[in-house]
Ligand binder design. Sequence first.
Ligand SMILES: NC(=O)c1ccc[n+]([C@@H]2O[C@H](COP(=O)([O-])OP(=O)(O)OC[C@H]3O[C@@H](n4cnc5c(N)ncnc54)[C@H](OP(=O)(O)O)[C@@H]3O)[C@@H](O)[C@H]2O)c1
Length: 333
Amino acid sequence: MTMEFKALLVEQPEKKVFNRSIVTRSLDDLPEGELVVKVHYSSLNFKDALSAVGNPGVTRNFPHTPGIDAAGEVVSCTDGLFQPGDQVIVTSYDLGMETDGGFGQMIRVPSKWALKLPAGLSLKESMMLGTAGLTAALSVRELVENGVTPEKGPVLVTGATGGVGSLAVAILAKIGFKVTAVTGKLEETPYLESLGAAQVIDRETLLKGNERPMLKPTWAGVVDCVGGDMLAAAIKSARYDGVVTCCGLVGSIDLAVSVFPFILRGVRLVGIDSAECPMERRTQVWQRLASEWKLDNLTTMVDEITLDGLEEKVQSMLKGGLKRRGLVNLLDS
Ligand SMILES: NC(=O)c1ccc[n+]([C@@H]2O[C@H](COP(=O)([O-])OP(=O)(O)OC[C@H]3O[C@@H](n4cnc5c(N)ncnc54)[C@H](OP(=O)(O)O)[C@@H]3O)[C@@H](O)[C@H]2O)c1
C-alpha cells in the first residue's frame, strides 16, 4: 500500500537541532505491524511535547512523528484481530515514542496495542480523554480499590489544571469525592470549580511546612501528577491509611520524604504507569470511562486543533502554561 497522508514530522538535521513541519508521508514510511488505522483524533500529552523537541528520554531516532494517542478506523489487520471499519483506540506502548504516532493521519502498529472503542464513547470523546484520561482513571481506580471512599475524607489532586489533573478532578467529583485541587494558576479557580473541585488552593499552601517530616493529616487520597516537593507534601499530609498515587514528574523526578508517613500512618504510595498497563486493566478502565465514570463536561476541557496548531500547544505545555488539553483533529488537518 502506498497511501499518502499528512503528519507532523520531527527531523534532526544536526546534533541537538530539531525541526518540526507538516509533511506528506506514505504508509511505506511507517514501521511494520499487523494493524493499519486511519486516525481520526489524537491528543497532546506531556510525552508528546518532549518527543517533539527531541528529548532523548522519549525518542532517540529521527525523523519521527510523535503522538502517543490515536483513535480511528481500522484500514487493515493482517492477523484478523480486527476487521476493516472497526473503531479502535491505540494509546502508549511504544506509539509516538520510537514508533510513528498519532500526529499522523495513519499509524501502523502491532494489533495487540489496540482495543475496540467501548460502547458509550465516540472516537472524539475517547481522544478528549486520551492517555491523560486513562492515567487519571488508573489513578482513581487505585484509590477506590485500595478502600478510599468519600466518607473517609477529602482527596487532593496536584497539577490540577493539567491533562491528567483536570480529568482526575472531574472523575473524582463525579463519583462523589470532595476534591481539593492544587494549582499554580489560581485564576483558573472557576474552571476547576466547574469540573467539580470543592476547594482550590495554590502550590505554596500545600508546601507550607514541607521541611517537617509530617504535616497535619488531611487527605484520604491523593492523585499526584507533579512529583518532587508537591508529592512529598501530599504524602506527609495524607491521613491514616491514606492512598497516594504518583504518575508525573513535571515538578521533579526526586522525592524527599522520611519513612514516617508510611510507618506511622500506614500511608500507601502507588505508582501509575499507563504505557505498559496490561490490556485487561486498560479495557476495564476504558469501559468505566464510557459508563459510570463518563464525563459530560469533556468539551469544556479541550481545545480542538489541527496539526497546524500543535506547535503553539507544545511550547505552552513545556512551560507549564497550557490551559486546556489539545484534542488533535486529523480528519480536518
Ligand atoms: N505515568 C503515566 O503513565 C503517565 C501518563 C500520562 C502523563 N504522565 C505524566 O503526568 C504528568 C502530567 O501530565 P499531563 O499530560 O497532565 O501534563 P500537563 O497537561 O502539562 O499538566 C501538568 C500540570 O502540572 C502543573 N505543573 C507544571 N509544572 C509544574 C511545576 N514545575 N511544579 C508544580 N506543578 C507544575 C501544571 O498545573 P497547575 O498549573 O494547575 O499546577 C500543569 O498544567 C507529566 O509528568 C506526564 O509525563 C504520566
